[in-house]
Design a binder for this molecule. Structure first.
Ligand SMILES: Nc1nc2c(ncn2[C@@H]2O[C@H](COP(=O)(O)OP(=O)(O)OP(=O)(O)O)[C@@H](O)[C@H]2O)c(=O)[nH]1
Ligand SMILES: [Mg+2]
Length: 502
């Protein structure tokens, strides 16, 4: 009988072949019971840490995979085209609590949106008064800040027989509205988070100004309520009306401005309806932006004690975006929830360099072109017509190689303002000579602009991508939310199909 060696056991393998792991794991020789307990405890702790690291790695991988599935939507377009307003509409639809949370922070913006046009009205009165001259003489200077106050100063006096009753009344109104005009700078400083603010030109704010504004108010409160405020901000919970009242009561600057506004609401109304101001409006010497007219028209309500901005007020409120602000929403369709990152950019020329880093992984773009701006010129460059600037910008976006795979949506926005301008008899061909003798009617004007944008897209469309065009008025909640739903559906169809998710 042949004798063979016994196969080594696992234990003896380590011993026999010098397995280093087995050697490490083997309990030390002569281990006491208490040493054994200690060793087991240490091993259990090491395993717990190792498992936690594995789980964190798995979670990171899941987050990475999910990030790749996220939709990244860029809102692009020139300044005042309506990007932030559209962002508010997304917020209303997909994160209404956060809008609720911010509601009070819009109060200083609304007050600022009143103080500023009041100052502007007096500037135009100073510049032109009742000077009777054909509007064509000043075509290039639209609603910009570029009026030279000395250019026409005194002409109203020389054009009439000295100081009229109307002029005296305007002088009185200017005196009575002095405190409101003086408050403009403090409001601007508050909104800019204490940064120096321009006396002319627009006020820019960075992403997150709403929370800063609420927190700076919270600092004025006692410590315990400050904690409560922070907590409510972090939780994103809608603030109760009782809490809102506390904030209203404790914010001295805003309360002071509210009192001033309440006291001079009738003066503002009188100024706004004054025959001189109406005549300057008719002659188009005075051209206020749509938001300014909206708040002046609503001065009675907005100046009431305890005023809280309505959603319409928030949609009309104007504050210029600085840099790029990211907003995150969960968007659901057919039982699938996808995270959307909405990037709302500052559209002024000096802000556009901040866009490029967001191009590479953009899934979709909404390009906003305000078609009502045919009679306006860029604040940054008063020689450039705003429609021209929009077309140039759209050409750059369509031809940008980093954006060539992004789903492309065009909003021909501010159609309500366009309709109103046409109804008032403003002639498009005066500002856009190539419009020629086409009928000065809404359909033909909007059709003409649409054809130009479509042409730009066609000329810069190597990838044969579709251009989805909408005629919009993004302060209109119902219409805009319907369009957002359409966009959501088309982005889900195209983008998620590409990502092999549907
Ligand atoms: N009537 C009317 N007003 C609009 C429309 N779209 C925007 N607005 C108003 O126009 C102003 C400018 O809109 P914003 O959304 O702030 O413009 P923006 O593109 O974000 O501008 P920047 O941040 O400077 O790039 C706001 O007061 C809006 O309420 C519209 O379709 N109709
Ligand atoms: Mg903006």
């Amino acid at each position: 009988m042949i004798s063979t060696p016994r196969p080594p056991s696992v234990r003896s393998l380590g011993t026999d072949y010098g397995d280093p792991i087995a050697a490490i794991l083997r309990p030390p020789a002569g281990e006491t019971e208490s040493e054994r307990q200690l060793r087991l405890q240490r091993e259990a702790e090491a395993k717990r840490i190792s498992d936690a690291i594995d789980e964190e790695l798995r979670a990171e991988e899941r987050r990475f995979r999910k990030r790749k599935e996220d939709v990244r939507l860029l809102l692009l377009g020139q300044a005042e085209s309506g990007k932030s307003t559209l962002q508010k509409q997304f917020q209303l639809m997909y994160n209404p609590n956060s809008l609720e949370e911010e509601r009070l922070s819009w109060r200083p913006v609304v007050y600022y949106n009143i103080a500023r046009p009041v100052r502007r009205i007096f500037e135009v009165i100073d510049a032109y008064g009742e000077f009777e001259e054909d509007e064509d003489a000043m075509q290039v200077d639209t609603n910009s800040e570029n009026i030279d106050p000395d250019s026409k100063r005194g002409s109203s006096v020389s054009g009439s027989q000295g100081s009229s009753t109307a002029e005296k009344r305007l002088t009185t109104l200017r005196y009575r509205l002095g405190p409101l005009l003086a408050a403009e700078a403090s409001l601007a400083e508050r909104l800019a988070g204490g940064q120096p603010t321009p006396t002319k030109g627009n006020l820019f704010v960075r992403s997150g100004w709403q929370a800063r504004s609420l927190l700076s108010r919270a600092r004025m409160r006692d410590r315990s309520s400050l904690t409560g405020q922070r907590k409510s901000l972090e939780n994103g919970a809608p603030r109760s009306s009782e809490d809102s009242t506390i904030v209203i009561e404790r914010d001295k600057l805003i309360e002071d401005v509210a009192k001033i506004l309440h006291a001079c609401a009738d003066d503002i109304k009188e100024l706004w309806e004054h025959p001189t101001v109406q005549r300057l409006k008719e002659k188009r010497r005075l051209r206020l932006e749509e938001w300014a007219e909206y708040f002046l028209d609503n001065i009675g309500r907005v100046s009431e004690t305890g005023y809280v901005p309505t959603t319409d007020d928030i949609l009309h409120a104007r504050i210029q975006t600085m840099g790029v602000a990211e907003h995150i929403f969960d968007v659901s369709l057919h039982g699938r929830t996808v995270t959307w990152h909405l990037f709302d950019v500052g559209g002024a020329r000096g802000q556009r360099h901040t866009w490029a880093p967001y191009f590479d992984d953009a899934s979709a773009i909404i390009f906003m072109a305000p078609v009502s701006a045919f009679d306006q010129y860029l604040e940054e460059d008063p020689r450039t017509n705003r429609i021209d600037d929009s077309l140039q910008l759209f050409t750059q976006i369509c031809s940008n190689k980093h954006l060539k795979n992004a789903h492309l949506v065009l909003f021909l926005n501010k159609t309500d303002v366009l309709k109103a301008k046409i109804a008032r008899g403003v002639q498009v061909k005066k500002y856009i000579t190539s419009f020629g003798d086409r009928p000065n009617e809404f359909d033909s004007v909007v059709g003409y602009f649409r054809a130009h944008f479509t042409q730009v897209h066609k000329k810069n469309n190597e990838n044969m991508r579709v251009l989805y065009t909408h005629l919009t008025n993004v302060v209109d909640k119902t219409a805009t939310q319907r369009i957002i739903t359409d966009i959501r559906d088309s982005i889900f169809r195209v983008y998620l199909k590409d990502a092999a998710l549907v």
